[in-house]
Design a protein around this ligand. Structure first.
Ligand code: NDP
Length: 449
């Protein structure tokens, strides 16, 4: 990056920081995109004249609301709900709902901003959005979860619709929560129009939607390794997280001959030096999804090594796939990964690598695939779910899988097209510029607004 470009990025971010002083994750996401996009925009006057970057970094609107619900002791509880509708220039707003105590406006703005470029990369007609609440589902009864989801939807239902805004799951929001929210939306709107993806397969959900993000990560990774004359077979993988993305990513890696050495949750990580087997993944699934337990219970039951309050990045492996949350690989972790000879970091989660850690990986020649490209399989199949709902026809899992594969292949191609660098692809640049061009051109075509 030239000094001029760097200066332009810094000026832009510092202006934005004055408007959003307490949104560090949002500023981080914007800075990361600018690093790639500002050099690309040089000489392309139409983007500058139309203030594309300024417009893209301001959401179309933010809805913030009170959610009041009754706990099991009949006491009223109050949480804050949000929907950030960032851009609908390419299609209806689309992006997940997150329930986690860390949720705040800055985190949802970073996620909504990233979602614009990710959804653009899928090639489908999808705008960018994100929503959620600081509600903590951990330890809550099924009745409490249902009442919270219903209360949340009482307000959210006014702002969504099949051609307006179509939410989905994210951290803390899986099939159960989507069911309760969609049920309430249907009741309030008196419409069964598919305004939510990740629905149950018997009531409008797409087959393979639960698996799609994790499988998509592996399809992308397969392309990335092939591009650099390598493959998945026999490689050792370090995964974090043990939720939807991590579980399905691990299962697909196993199927393709990979060795998954680690999985984690916010309490620590488990280490299987010989790799998880399908049977062991099933034990983990039962603990996490059925019993809603902690990963430590997996270690207690199977005798696997458990490392409390630690992340798995110091374990020796070939590829790291963070699948938990933002900023889980910092500078120290990146140095550890480099020291251990990791060849690639592929983001299953959204922005799990800090800005500084990305710079270290890049400087040391570690391939780095950002989440907006690598984890786009989830929203891609959500787009296919919307298509099935419009057709009123369910597709077979074979058809969905084939479409998912071809979308992930096309995203990889786009990264190579915009990020090619003497035989070694800069995936960050490729994904940022590839995602940006389609959105920016659509904004130019559709005029100032
Ligand atoms: P889940 O809720 O199913 O699982 C999240 C996992 O991450 C859990 O193991 C959780 O552990 C762990 N985790 C969450 N917060 C933290 C934290 N602060 N520190 C350490 N571990 C944490 O979520 P998903 O698997 O759906 O999502 C994981 C990531 O993938 C997120 O970044 C999400 O935005 C991204 N993503 C998800 C998509 C999807 O289709 N679901 C699509 C694209 C991206 P614990 O139970 O202890 O909290």
């Amino acid at each position: 990056m030239t000094v001029d470009n760097l200066k332009e990025t810094e000026e832009f971010v510092s202006k934005l920081e004055k408007k959003c002083p307490s949104e560090p994750e949002f500023l981080q996401a914007v800075r990361e995109v600018l690093d790639s996009v500002i050099p690309f925009m040089k000489g392309k006057k139409r983007y500058k004249d139309q203030a594309i970057l300024e417009r893209l970094s301001e959401p179309d609107r933010v809805v913030m609301f009170r959610v009041v619900w009754q706990d099991d002791k009949n006491v009223a509880q109050v949480n804050r709900g949000y929907r950030v509708q960032f851009s609908n220039v390419l299609g209806p707003y689309k992006g997940g709902i997150r329930f986690h105590p860390s949720v705040n406006l800055g985190i949802l703005k970073f996620l909504g901003f990233e979602q614009i470029f990710k959804n653009s990369l899928t090639g489908l007609s999808l705008g960018g959005a994100k929503g959620g609440s600081d509600f903590n589902p951990k330890g809550r009864s099924d009745g409490e979860i249902m009442r919270f989801c219903q209360a949340f939807m009482v307000e959210l239902s006014r702002h969504i619709g099949a051609d307006v805004d179509v939410p989905a799951g994210d951290i803390g929001v899986g099939a159960r929560e989507v069911g309760y929210m969609y049920g309430m939306y249907r009741r309030l709107s008196n419409r069964f129009d598919g305004t939510f993806t990740g629905k149950g397969p018997e009531w409008g959900g797409s087959l393979l939607r639960p698996e799609a993000t994790g499988y998509g990560v592996v399809y992308f990774l397969e392309n990335l390794l092939q591009q650099h004359d390598r493959d998945i077979d026999g490689k050792r993988f370090l995964l974090s997280g043990s939720g939807n993305v991590a579980q399905h990513c691990a299962a697909k890696l196993l199927e393709m001959g990979g060795k998954v050495l680690t999985l984690s949750d916010s309490g620590g990580f488990v280490h299987e030096p010989d790799g998880f087997t399908a049977e062991k993944l099933e034990i983990l699934r039962e603990i996490k999804n059925v019993r809603r337990g902690r990963i430590k219970e997996y270690a207690d039951e199977t005798g696997a090594g458990f490392h409390e309050d630690k992340r798995p990045w110091a374990v020796e492996g070939d590829v790291a796939i963070p699948c938990a949350t933002q900023n889980e690989i910092g500078e120290e972790d990146a140095n550890e990964l480099v020291k251990n000879g990791v060849i690639a970091v592929v983001e299953g989660a959204n922005m799990p690598t800090t800005y500084e850690a990305v710079k270290i990986l890049d400087a040391k020649g570690v391939l780095f695939a950002p989440g907006k490209a690598a984890n786009a399989g989830g929203v891609a199949v959500s787009g296919l779910e919307m298509a099935q709902n419009s057709q009123r026809l369910p597709w077979s899992s074979g058809k969905v899988d084939k479409e998912l594969r071809s979308i992930m292949d096309a995203i990889h191609e786009k990264c190579v097209e915009y990020g090619g660098r003497n035989g070694c692809v800069n995936y960050l640049k490729g994904a940022n510029v590839g995602g940006f061009v389609r959105v920016a051109d659509a904004m130019v075509d559709q005029g100032f607004m």
